[in-house]
Design a protein around this ligand. Structure first.
Ligand code: THU
Length: 160
């Protein structure tokens, strides 16, 4: 038997103004688009903004449905639209924010497992690390890649 330790590094900030200017702009875009969330059931409004290597910023918000599983998270709305609009462009950075009943979440928001899976595949699809910015009132977390959010990832290699 062997044991292995999986580690990853995060950077933590206490204010948006500690981020570089591009990241500030991206996070502001995520905060702004969270207002477009359709979340009448959870009242949890999420905004995501994706920066592509062609300079475009694509945003998305969560879209719920009375048939609950039919809704989609903000991250996947943004990522899927970005990849369908600009299939040749790698995703450089994603910023995510959330408001619970109108109030910003306290701790940096944590993307759900399905969004982590899609982020990981987007990263491997474009062979390009995706920086991840997670917004919270108390802290803003920055990760240098998305796969660290999902250790032991299910990758396309399994399907070969
Ligand atoms: N949600 C997101 O949009 N992103 C996440 O990473 C976590 C959850 C949405 C889904 C649902 O509309 C609401 O937040 C409550 O789970």
């Amino acid at each position: 038997m062997k044991t292995k330790e999986i580690r990853f590094i995060i950077s933590e900030f206490t204010d948006i103004f500690e981020l570089n200017l591009d990241d500030q702009k991206l996070l502001e875009a995520a905060r702004s688009v969270s207002k477009n969330a359709y979340a009448p059931y959870s009242r949890f409004c999420v905004g995501a903004a994706v920066e592509l290597d062609n300079g475009e910023i694509i945003t998305g918000s969560n879209q719920e449905n009375a048939a609950f599983p039919s809704g989609l998270c903000a991250e996947r709305v943004a990522l899927f639209y970005a990849n369908s609009r600009y299939p040749e462009s790698a995703v450089k950075t994603i910023a995510v924010t959330a408001f619970n009943n109108g109030k910003p979440v306290l701790e940096a928001v944590a993307p759900c497992g399905s969004c982590r899976q899609v982020l990981a595949e987007t990263e491997s699809r474009y062979k390009n690390d995706i920086r991840v910015i997670l917004d919270g009132k108390k802290n803003i977390v920055l990760l240098e890649n998305a796969k660290s959010l999902l250790p032991l990832t299910f990758t396309p290699d399994f399907l070969k």
